[in-house]
Write a protein that binds this ligand. Sequence first.
Ligand code: GUN
Ligand code: ZN
Length: 502
Amino acid sequence: MRDNFEVRKYDGAGRLGKLTVPRSGVTVETPALLPVVNPHVQTISPAQLESEFGAEILITNSYIIYGSDQLREPAVEEGLHEMLDFSGAIMTDSGSFQLAEYGDIDVTTEEILQFQHTIGSDIGTPVDIPTPPDVPREQAKSEWETTRDRLSTAESVDTDEMLVTAPVQGSTYPELRERAAREAAETSLDLFPLGAVVPLMNEYRYDDLVEVVAASKRGLPESTPVHLFGAGHPMMFALAAALGCDLFDSAAYALYARDDRYLTVRGTRHLEDLEYFPCECAVCSAHTPTEVEQMDEDDRHRLLAEHNLAVSFGEIRRVKQAIQAGTLFELVETRVRGHPTLVDGYRTLLDYAEQLGTTDPITKDSFFYLSADSARRPEVNRYHDRLERLDVPEHLLITTGQHSDRYDESWRLVPPFGPVPRSLSDVYPLTATRPERLDNAAYEAAAEGVARLVESNPETTVTVVHDGWPDGVFTTISDTVEIHDYKLEEQTDDASDRDCNS
Ligand code: GUN
Ligand code: ZN
């Protein structure tokens, strides 16, 4: 592994980074989108990808070029950059995807890597085996062993300055993915694509996708660049970035356009179902859906591809800005509302709050509590862990109201965090902004915080005073803790006052 990736800033496991690509001497800012360029038919030219959409890197298929009488010669003679007319970084795939689709390809890892090197690729790929989801474990394991052998072959091919990827396979077996990732990282290879996830995305299995990514990430050292193979839908960029994926490749922009499908950050729409274009890009500003529908096929597909690219690159910029501002989780929470299966993906991601928390910055500008899911964010989890280390007095009041002299100290009771010493009130994430009308999850998480504090301080007597929190949220707290609902007690006091006066 070379020292070719540098992280500048984290949010969760999401990060802004720089990938240095030595062969053409360029650096690529990550998260980055690699448009897939079909070497035969280019809906949008690589030059246009670069000048109009700001593509710093693209991906094309060396196996298609290798097998084509028209393309092979020019690629060898001129090199890929000249042939495609692109000055950024060029990554090449190996034909593994064709292998998965058609069952057989007639090239070895050695041959295709040498060919990728010959045609001037910046980042080459060995012939890994993309094992589909749900196959028997033995198959997943034995195919991964083949992939592992190919990685080992790849290490011994002289590829000079070309970076070489080490795809991570293992089907839908998290422990296999983790092991595959760990062993891939032990090679001298440079970049780590997570493979065979396209079927999961096609079937909207975002929960399984998150399991696969989270497991692979556990096997990889923190500072390794990770590519999510075939992830081209902008609705899932924020989610994948929050898990720590740095590179995405998109054939979707062109494939969907050819099907008259229109990408949005909230999902896919069919052109014929649109009365208005919900987008600000040049295409959508200049045309109506009806106009585009009436164009000839080539123009229609080109315009849809341009829109699809504009949305995809725009979303990558939004993800980058969100990491920069420390608001990636807020963006993810918004994006996953585009589809219920993405909500499942997000909830699965939150199962790994602790894993994501290891790189999450200690402080950010703001924490917006947006839904019950926010109660499971890494910041809440981390605060609960931190509670165990706080000094507590003998008699502690934890209250949504005022201090009382009857106790040594009073701390604030703050959903979803729980007990907050007054000295920490202005410290992130305890400065979170919440809706007035909270869900039970916020109160339950706060109660969990109280429970954690009580468990780690058995000597302290704790009294909790809240203002009308829902019944039942305090069930996790030991019954040695006195809990008062002062709203309820006020009413009872009022009632007994009235009784006395009458
Ligand atoms: N493109 C999409 N998925 C894969 C994969 O698993 N391996 C390779 N090499 N390319 C892919
Ligand atoms: Zn548009």
